[in-house]
Ligand binder design. Structure first.
Ligand SMILES: Cc1cc2nc3c(=O)[nH]c(=O)nc-3n(C[C@H](O)[C@H](O)[C@H](O)COP(=O)(O)OP(=O)(O)OC[C@H]3O[C@@H](n4cnc5c(N)ncnc54)[C@H](O)[C@@H]3O)c2cc1C
Length: 455
């Protein structure tokens, strides 16, 4: 069987790995000049490791990607440092979570349990001066309710905004949860359903992981492995169109000429699939186009000095406090600056609608907007700390799951015979990530193989 995969991100490579092992002749088309998709990275002069274009880490519970890494025999190349998240309240930053084992020594496995993120946050919340005892007790009750619930389904019919306000109380919601929702969904944060939030706290751990050399090192090694299994990875080759052919296969138009395949798996956004395959029936096309998502804009800075002297990795920023971006992530408070030639790497990131002005402003204009906020993280910050900077933007970064979203997710198998879709928008209720890109793409590959057996 000849199979095409569109996209050499985590999902596309995982499907290529499985299908080529099953004996298929696989060709992967990738528009960019490198593999890795949204999880790809870059290595500036003087760095030993690459830095992800968009901040990335794994959770200790990410069993699909970590399981794949086990299969590949590379588990010894995964590192799990202990970063700390901070919350901004009343003009200052407070640590909000970190290793549970730092609070309860001698039990390191606690940090790897599902729901450990919420428990860890609870331990720190109890010391947080910005909440009353009643708020803290409510946190405990709310956390227990979420962690004990075995299914996301009862939560799908209401928004996280409503549920959290009711269960956490107004003050705790405003301080702890609203910034998280706003940071992720911007103006759409009130639309997100509670099942997404349940899944998020259930799956997350305070222990965060990465691959030796950075995510790009993993993606490059993975691409080399699939190539060694006979897969052809064609970089800088964007597919322009997919049409059903008369013999029941598919014709793909791409630079260098059309190719004919028996099956094709698309791993791009659903909106792009709708453009590539306009012959999809109106009902399925309508489903693709109804899915909502946000883009992301991230400015990466290489500084002479550490920004957060307290060593915070992730800063959640409440919109009301007037920050020009919604998350500040100091990568070198997660990994040592020694890996980056002594430079301190900071991301200023925002999730936005793709028509937001940040998608059009030049890099120097964004620097002018963003740098004045940095003294709020370190009073001594001066613009001449910035040695160099990079700007990355993507229109498709974060799907928005509204109330009762499960009813609107398009099936992985499209109505065109042989054409499949495995995208971030079909990951649910879990928050999208490389872990779930691998899961959904491997699920598509399994179904593609079994479709043939039934034919
Ligand atoms: C700001 C941000 C932070 C994130 N943080 C994390 C994190 O901490 N941990 C984590 O695990 N995940 C994180 N993610 C999510 C993660 O990056 C994605 O879930 C995952 O990479 C998706 O993989 P994919 O293979 O499904 O799609 P993608 O990575 O989007 O791959 C699709 C590929 O298709 C290619 N393509 C597009 N059009 C065409 C065409 N016409 N022809 C050929 N190729 C085409 C693209 O170039 C791309 O390489 C983050 C994402 C963002 C944006």
């Amino acid at each position: 069987m000849r199979v095409a995969i569109i996209g050499a991100g985590a999902g596309g490579l995982a499907a290529a790995y499985d299908l080529s092992r099953a004996g298929d002749e696989v060709v992967v088309f990738e528009a960019a000049d490198q593999v890795g998709g949204l999880a790809s990275g870059f290595k500036a002069e003087g760095w030993d490791w690459s830095v992800e274009r968009f901040y990335h880490h794994w959770f200790a519970t990410d069993r699909h990607i970590l399981g794949l890494i086990d299969e590949l025999g590379w588990r010894d190349r995964v590192r799990f440092p202990w970063p700390v998240t901070a919350v901004f309240d009343d003009g200052q930053f407070y640590p909000l979570d970190g290793p549970i084992s730092r609070a309860i020594p001698g039990l390191p496995w606690l940090d790897e349990l599902p729901g450990a993120g919420l428990i860890s946050r609870g331990l720190w919340v109890f010391r947080f001066p910005g909440l009353s005892l009643a708020d803290k007790l409510r946190y405990g009750w709310m956390g227990a309710t979420l962690l004990m619930a075995r299914s996301w389904m009862p939560f799908e019919g209401m928004t996280a905004h409503e549920w959290l306000q009711r269960h956490a109380g107004a003050r705790a919601y405003r301080t702890l949860w609203e910034p998280l929702l706003v940071g992720k969904f911007g103006p759409h944060y009130r639309d997100v359903n509670m099942a997404w939030f349940w899944a998020r706290v259930k799956a997350r751990t305070p222990r965060l992981g990465t691959f030796e050399g950075g995510f790009q090192a993993f993606m490059d090694a993975f691409a080399d492995r699939v190539r060694s299994q006979g897969v052809l990875v064609r970089l800088k080759t964007p597919v322009d169109q997919i049409r059903p052919s008369e013999d029941g296969g598919l014709d793909l138009a791409a630079p260098g000429g059309d190719i004919h395949v028996d099956q094709c798996l698309v791993t791009t956004s659903p909106a792009l699939l709708a453009k590539l395959a306009p012959e999809l029936p109106p009902d399925y096309l309508g489903r693709l186009l109804k899915l909502r998502s946000m883009g992301a804009v991230v400015l990466v800075l290489a500084l002479n000095h550490r920004l957060s002297e307290a060593g915070y990795y992730w800063h959640n920023l409440p919109k009301a406090a007037g920050f020009p971006f919604l998350a500040l992530v100091e990568h070198t408070n997660f990994l040592s600056p020694d890996l980056f030639g002594g430079e301190h790497i900071v991301y200023c990131g925002d999730y936005l609608d793709p028509d937001h002005e940040y998608f059009h402003l030049r890099q120097d204009e964004l620097l002018d907007r963003f740098l004045p906020a940095l003294p709020r993280f370190n009073r001594d910050f001066r613009p001449d700390w910035v040695r160099r900077s990079w700007l990355f933007r993507t229109p498709y970064a974060q799907p928005i799951p509204p109330v009762n979203h499960s009813r609107s997710i398009p099936d992985l198998r499209t109505p065109i015979r042989g054409l499949w879709l495995a995208s971030m928008s079909q990951v649910y209720p879990w928050d999208r990530g490389t872990n779930f890109a691998v899961e959904v793409a491997r699920q598509a590959a399994r179904r593609m193989l079994s479709e043939r057996m039934q034919a």
